[in-house]
Design a protein around this ligand. Structure first.
Ligand code: FEO
Length: 170
């Protein structure tokens, strides 16, 4: 049985992960519209990953006999100035998600909910990877100043990313 505070925080995280999914889907569409199919693919895979994160939280709340409370869909940003801005926003968003996960761990610790604390460890580790992956792309983009042949080559590289449901690989 989940304590109320933990249940509320977990539900907020389901919604945050769903928000992340839609934000990245919107960014994927923006990249498609700019003729960058590799970046669009990378963001689409990111969207798929975020859905699995939301579903992992969803399943956990159900497994603990908690009550799921879903929010509605908000309007996502659709306009960005340039490629570098989109990737910077992605990194900022991942850093924000990391702070949410850290706060969630604090709630689990305060409420002495060891199962939730243990469950969250996967997300603590995942966020390290999430931030590192985006930082790597941002570093490459800065090197090539976000344009020209370098951008074309980076786009080709990002086309290779395929979706793997890492929430199942345990
Ligand atoms: Fe679900 Fe990208 O954090």
């Amino acid at each position: 049985m989940l304590k109320e505070k933990v249940e509320k925080a977990l539900n907020e995280q389901i919604n945050a992960e769903q928000y992340s999914a839609l934000l990245y889907l919107s960014m994927s569409a923006w990249f498609e519209s700019k003729g960058l199919p590799g970046f669009a693919n990378w963001m689409y895979v990111q969207y798929q990953e975020e859905l699995t994160h939301a579903n992992k939280f969803f399943k956990y709340v159900i497994d603990r006999n908690g009550e799921v409370g879903l929010k509605g869909i908000e309007q996502m940003p659709t306009e960005f100035d340039n490629v570098v801005e989109v990737v910077e926003k992605t990194l900022e968003h991942e850093q924000y998600v990391t702070s949410l996960i850290d706060k969630l761990v604090d709630v689990a610790v305060e409420e002495r909910d060891r199962a939730t604390e243990s469950f969250l460890k996967w997300f603590v580790d995942e966020q390290v990877e999430e931030e590192a992956n985006v930082s790597e792309i941002l570093d490459s983009l800065k090197l090539i100043e976000g344009k020209g042949n370098g951008l074309f080559m980076l786009d080709r590289e990002l086309r290779q990313r395929t979706f793997v449901d890492t929430t199942q690989a345990e």
